[in-house]
Design a protein around this ligand. Structure first.
Ligand code: NAP
Length: 298
């Protein structure tokens, strides 16, 4: 029996664990994939106060080690169900665990572009992680799809490795930060294809060409060995939809940013409906969720 079970070992979940452990509670973290969440995809994090430059992997590893050093238990098991009650029961693909409180910190995962052959060509040219797969495309031509900070940072990262990066974005304004856009515009091997959508992926057995169509109807064939999809994230809360209220997009609803619709079940990080989804807001959520859980624990 644990005091707190935390679902998800990204920055929000690991911060919850640190705060729970430092409050003297028995904490279990359950993670279905690898620790670190989305941040492990960031080659360099430059907006975490006090750490002007740190790789996403290093930051996540520091957080994970901090949890382990404080005596936290981490199991790499996928949660399939929460059963509510005074004592919560959390079922994974390998076992069932009980706790007085649960913090859901499952974050979000890469949105698929939803184009034909996307799944078939994943690993054969289609990628969702520039820092993981970029080195496979050294000296080659690649496309990055999206106009948010992930797309912009992926393009910056890739432009140091590959021959040419073509950013395909459906609007002519970027959702991502001005600083990233300005840095990209200085890169000689980066081309912007704006107001355009990818309509076809060509190549056998690997990607060879990306076909895009712009708002005027003009079609362009871009030779590319790789295409990096950076079109945002989608929440991973289906398994909890019978115990906590979700909004239309699948994010967990809260009135105050931490309490879900179920007593004793809290939420932290990108799993919840909120405006600013950042590393800093994830760790803020994580600390508040654990502090609230500890104070309300009977
Ligand atoms: P995002 O900000 O939601 O941007 C997604 C981009 O994909 C948008 O430009 C969107 O276009 C485009 N898009 C979505 N669906 C599409 C579709 N079906 N076809 C074509 N384009 C599509 O996602 P993100 O860039 O992954 O960033 C997520 C959050 O993490 C943001 O808050 C971001 O600031 C943050 N982040 C921070 C850092 C950092 O600070 N180090 C790094 C990466 C990400 P529209 O703009 O037209 O909607």
């Amino acid at each position: 029996m644990f005091d707190i079970i935390i679902i998800g070992a990204g920055p929000a979940g690991l911060t919850s664990a640190i705060y729970g452990l430092r409050a003297g509670k028995k904490v279990l973290v359950l993670e279905g994939k690898a620790y670190g969440g989305q941040i492990i995809n960031a080659e360099m994090v430059e907006n975490y106060p006090g750490m002007p430059k740190i790789s996403g992997v290093e930051l996540a590893t520091n957080m994970y080690n901090q949890v382990k050093d404080l005596g936290g238990e981490v199991k790499f098991e996928k949660v399939v169900k929460i059963t509510d009650g005074k004592i919560k029961s959390v079922k994974t693909d390998e076992g069932t665990y009980q706790a007085k409180a649960v913090i859901i910190a499952t974050g979000a995962e890469n949105r698929k572009l939803g184009i034909e052959r996307e799944k078939e060509l994943t690993g054969k040219g289609v990628s969702y992680c520039a820092t993981c797969d970029g080195h496979f495309y050294k000296g080659k031509d690649v496309v990055v799809v999206g106009g948010g900070n992930t797309a912009l940072q992926d393009a910056l990262y890739l432009s140091n490795l590959v021959n040419k990066v073509c950013i395909v974005h459906r609007r002519d304004e970027f959702r991502g930060d001005y600083a990233n856009v300005a840095a990209l515009k200085k890169r000689k091997n980066v081309e912007l294809v704006l107001k355009a959508n990818v309509i076809e992926l060509k190549g056998e057995p690997k990607l060879e060409e990306v076909v895009v169509k712009d708002d005027s109807g003009e079609i362009k064939n871009i030779p590319a060995s790789g295409i990096f999809m950076a079109v945002g994230y989608v929440p991973q809360n289906e398994a909890f939809s019978d115990v906590v209220k979700l909004d239309e997009a699948g994010y967990i609803q809260t009135e105050d940013g931490v309490h879900t619709s179920a007593s004793g079940i809290y939420v932290a990080g990108d799993a919840r409906a909120k405006e600013l989804k950042q590393l800093t807001t994830a760790v803020s959520d994580g600390s508040i969720a654990a502090d609230t859980a500890v104070k309300e624990m009977k």
